[in-house]
Ligand binder design. Structure first.
Ligand code: ADP
Ligand code: ZN
Length: 754
């Protein structure tokens, strides 16, 4: 009997070990083990178990382990060394998660170890210091007959322990003003037990959670829930379901009732939400309904909290997991459903290795687990919409807001006319100012959205045209007024504002363009009495400030919230009746075939923040391109579906995703000439090696042509399948490995062509 083990040695492949007879009955795939490696012992995880005679493997067989192995150099088999110990009986990975890891490594062209590092948080992999296993004291009730009588002091402490129902060995002495020795003595007399117990550091502990009960559903919600339940009650492999519901249609209530159905059958669920909408509000909606069986995973957790939550999930204590993209790997027992809320969100894509898309991984995991997957959105991405159109995914629609609330009235403001009328570029149109004034008078709240932080987008010399640019990145510095400096939004470098133009010596600089800071100041001038809040990456750097700003706004202690895309997602403020989009063009001008889709999604989502409760909402979209289809669709009543058909027709014509897959290769290097030559050579080799049907772009500088001192070039490959692209790439890389002075990153199904 042998096992294949993935070690944390960076070897990039699996190693086989012989299983000593005394361990044979205990080994299972996914267990953490210790194995000899070179002259030392290392920790590893059993990837598969081979029970003699090369028979079937327990894991990895279905999703192409053979190809995986060829990718990583194969399993080493000569003279097997023995497995040393099994560290944890309960596997760290289920067979389905193991298969998922193999699939991801292959599909996203990533080292298997990098995938395992995603699946198993660092806090779990290196528990040592983090595992706060503490000693828990409990009274033995009733006292055993053979127990020795306690001294008066011991009896007093024992009575205290009985009264409070037990406690930590570190805490009790303080509580009862005694030494630890007194409690140890009680243990000797068999009057208390002292046992190691995992102490749960509860991320919800700071929050008041009010229990909620299921709401009576609207007919559309009931219809959607019935469709989901039908999926849940169908055994075996099922189609993913898109829950396509307009903003405010009550998707969350549908999720909650679907989860309740799963829990009633002893199953568990994962709810993925974009990191940015993992607010107390969202968490409370789940914790309020399901109480302590909810586990929350988010990036602000301490290692200890993460360790505890992970173990609560693995042991089955927590059955509902709410978290961002990494929650897709949660070791939920009897997983019945994965929900991906706001499935169109680009933040589900991880921009580091492994460059996976959490939504797509959710669909594959659901397939491997044989559980249901529900993708929710008011503005689905084109890939998902296409999958519905071709019948791969099922769909449930909710076309109206709950309680017959109207969708907000959307006005498009042509900023070209505003500029002509006033003689110079404006931040606020006259209409928007009027509307803001009205809200202030009525005591209602407004949200202003601008996808640009800082004060001014650039600092230019009016005389010679010099623009202050970062030396290490190909972008202009943004002027930040609060600390009066120039800052690069790519590398974070900053420098003081020069007193004179470094080129011509002119003392007068001009600030052009505007960011959220400038909007805040301009707004304060227009409405001196208004209470204004700003939320962007500059103010939310602190751990809880994001939550704090939102709760101040929610509590009605501010009139206007200005923010970047952070405020666009999933927030539900009942008193907001006005939303202003200051510059719809920022995302339209991106040099990316998805610019229109992104703009539509952003406008529709931001607009969706208005008029969500009893008060009707109004939206103003300021733009220099009022005729753009994405803007018109966001403004019109017919909304998404006609826009999607037109967008898909254009994609089909250009053979862009979702009609073909694309993989983006980014080459980086410090020497631009060398980099250009190298990239051009790879483009040529790829073109020569490409089978018919695979398109290879020329080598061109990226949109962001330099970042942090490295120049960036890219080659994009298109083909009907990602596999076909990787085959070509592998064959070329095998012949021409990437040299040291250039680095290559491979982004399969890239979302950002920067
Ligand atoms: P979505 O996620 O589709 O934008 P939400 O789930 O946030 O919508 O719901 C919008 C608002 O409607 C929330 O305040 C929610 O509490 C409320 N709501 C949802 N379903 C119902 C219902 N059946 N009856 C009354 N209010 C509801
Ligand atoms: Zn920079």
């Amino acid at each position: 009997m042998t096992v294949s083990v993935l070690t944390e040695t960076g070897a990039g492949k699996l190693f086989d070990y012989a299983v000593p007879p005394e361990l044979a009955a205990r080994v299972k795939p996914g267990q953490r083990v210790r194995v000899p490696f070179g002259s030392r012992m290392v920790t590893g995880y059993i990837a598969s178990v081979e029970r003699g005679g090369g028979a079937s493997k327990d894991a990895g067989d279905e999703v192409g382990v053979p190809a995986q192995l060829s990718l990583f150099g194969g399993v080493e088999t000569p003279s097997l060394r023995p497995l040393a110990t099994i560290e944890d009986e309960v596997p760290f990975f289920s067979p389905a998660l193991l298969k998922l890891a193999f699939w991801m490594a292959q599909y996203f062209f990533a080292p298997l170890e990098s995938v395992f590092r995603c699946i198993l948080p660092a806090a779990v992999r290196n528990p040592g210091a983090k595992a706060r296993v503490q000693l828990y004291v409990e009274a033995v009730q009733p006292p055993p007959p053979d127990a020795e009588a306690p001294t008066p002091k011991q009896a007093e402490v024992l009575a205290g322990i009985v009264r409070v129902g037990g406690g930590w060995l570190t805490a009790l002495p303080k509580e009862f003003s005694c030494s630890e020795g007194v409690i140890r003595a009680l243990e000797k007399k068999k009057l208390v037990t002292i046992e190691p117990l995992q102490r749960r550091r509860d991320p919800l502990a700071r929050r008041k959670v009010l229990p909620t009960t299921p709401l009576p559903l609207t007919p559309e919600q009931a219809g959607a829930l019935a469709q989901i339940r039908e999926v849940l009650d169908t055994p075996g492999k099922r189609k993913p379901l898109l829950l396509f519901g307009v903003t405010g249609s009550g998707k969350t209530e549908v999720y909650l009732q679907a989860i309740a159905h799963i829990l009633s059958r002893g199953g568990g669920a994962i709810v993925m939400v974009p990191e940015i909408s993992l607010t107390p509000q969202t968490v409370q909606r789940f914790a309020g309904r399901f109480g302590s069986c909810v586990a929350v995973l988010h990036s602000a957790l301490s290692d200890g909290e993460r360790f505890d939550e992970w173990h609560r999930i693995r042991t089955g204590e927590a059955k509902v997991v709410v978290g961002p993209r990494s929650a897709v790997f949660a070791p939920v027992q009897r997983l019945g459903m994965i929900i991906v809320d706001e499935e169109h969100e680009p933040s589900y894509k991880q921009e580091d290795v492994p460059r996976y898309n959490g939504r797509d991984v959710a669909v594959v995991r659901a397939h491997l687990e044989g559980c249901a997957v529900v993708l929710g959105s008011a503005t689905p991405c084109m890939e998902t919409w296409h999958n519905v159109a071709v019948g791969k995914y099922a769909i449930a629609k909710m076309r109206s807001r709950v309680a017959g609330r109207p969708m907000p009235a959307v006005n498009v403001v042509d900023m070209r006319l505003e500029t002509a009328r006033t003689g110079h570029a404006q931040i606020f149109s006259g209409d928007l100012l009027e509307a803001l004034k009205l809200r202030l008078e009525r005591g209602q709240q407004s949200i202003l959205f601008l996808n640009r932080r800082g004060y001014a987008t650039s600092l230019t010399c009016p005389k010679c045209g010099y623009t202050a640019e970062c030396g290490d990145c190909s972008v202009a510095y943004t002027y930040h007024r609060a600390d009066d400096c120039l800052r690069c939004h790519i590398c974070g470098a900053w420098k003081p504002v020069p007193a004179r133009c470094p080129e011509c010596g002119d003392p007068a600089f001009r600030y052009s363009g505007f960011g959220t800071q400038r909007v805040e100041l301009a707004l304060q001038k227009c409405f001196p009495g208004a209470r204004i809040l700003r939320m962007d990456a500059d103010v939310t750097a602190r751990k809880h400030s994001h939550d704090e700003i939102l709760s101040v706004f929610r509590a009605g202690r501010a009139d206007i919230l200005i923010g970047t895309q952070m405020i666009a997602k999933g927030l539900d403020f009942p008193n907001v009746t006005l939303v202003g989009v200051l510059m719809a063009d920022t995302s339209l001008n991106l040099p990316d075939f998805r610019a229109g889709e992104r703009t539509y999604q952003l406008l529709a989502q931001v607009s969706g923040r208005a008029g969500r409760a009893e008060l009707p909402g109004e939206v103003f979209i300021q733009t220099y391109a009022p005729g753009h289809p994405a803007v018109r669709a966001a403004a019109g009543d017919d909304g998404f579906e006609p826009f999607a058909s037109q967008e898909l027709a254009e994609r089909a014509e250009g053979r862009y995703p979702p009609y073909e897959h694309l993989t983006c290769l980014t080459f980086k290097g410090r020497d631009e000439d060398k980099l250009r030559l190298t990239t051009a050579r790879y483009a040529a080799e790829l073109k020569a090696a490409a089978a018919p049907g695979i398109r290879v772009s020329d080598a061109v500088p990226c949109n962001l042509s330099k970042a942090k001192g490295y120049f960036r070039y890219q080659v994009i490959l298109f083909a009907p399948s990602s596999r076909a692209i990787l085959n070509v790439l592998q064959s070329v890389l095998a012949r021409f490995p990437v040299q040291n002075d250039v680095s290559l990153s491979v982004d399969v199904d890239a979302l950002n062509l920067g």
